[in-house]
Ligand binder design. Sequence first.
Ligand code: FMN
Length: 214
Amino acid sequence: MEIKRVCALYFSGTSNTEKTVAAFAETVAEQLGVPWERLPFTKPAERERDYVFADTDLVVVGTPTYAGKLPNKILPNLKARLHGNGALGAAIVTFGNRSYDNALAELCAVLEGDGFHTVAGGAFVGRHAFTDKLAEDRPDWDDRKELKKFATAIADKVKNLTENPAPVTVPGDPEAPYYIPKGADGEPAKFLKAKPLTDLSRCTNCGACARLCP
Ligand SMILES: Cc1cc2nc3c(=O)[nH]c(=O)nc-3n(C[C@H](O)[C@H](O)[C@H](O)COP(=O)(O)O)c2cc1C
């Protein structure tokens, strides 16, 4: 199979997934001797356009794990906006060192549904978006080495493909429900509906939050 381009497409609120997907895509592209490009899928305008690929593309798609699955608000965009058209797909999820539970299985299923042939699936630890008490210094040196090794192995797999690969099998159940953690009171905490609280008395209208936050 002839791959002419590698794309790194990611939803990434706090940049772990962006860095992981970009590092993976760069290594694969280097090994295949083809160019690679970033396709950020984070801000609303980036998620409201279509991405149409060809069977000469290898598209690395990455999202964080939210409550053990794909981010609930991003899932409809991933299903509607990505058009694989027979491109190879590599599924990457990041997680904050609790567990990626069913996120990777869900992403693989979504990519197959979008018309990609999945060729790789990987889950990588990054600092937890909620707190610096979980996975604070991740990815560390060993994580980066492991990522590079994995990307090199996938490039070798792609080089040796003579036909479309069978869908990759990864741990997890794409149909499983969201993980529901317990709050400090021991009751289930449905944090996927959480919204930031703003102290408007301290707001200077600088607009920095609106520019940065996806
Ligand atoms: C709403 C929310 C839910 C999360 N749920 C999980 C989880 O179930 N398991 C886990 O290990 N990490 C969880 N995390 C941590 C993120 O998956 C992790 O920090 C990820 O690398 C963030 O990626 P990003 O920097 O690209 O946004 C959650 C983070 C957020 C914001």
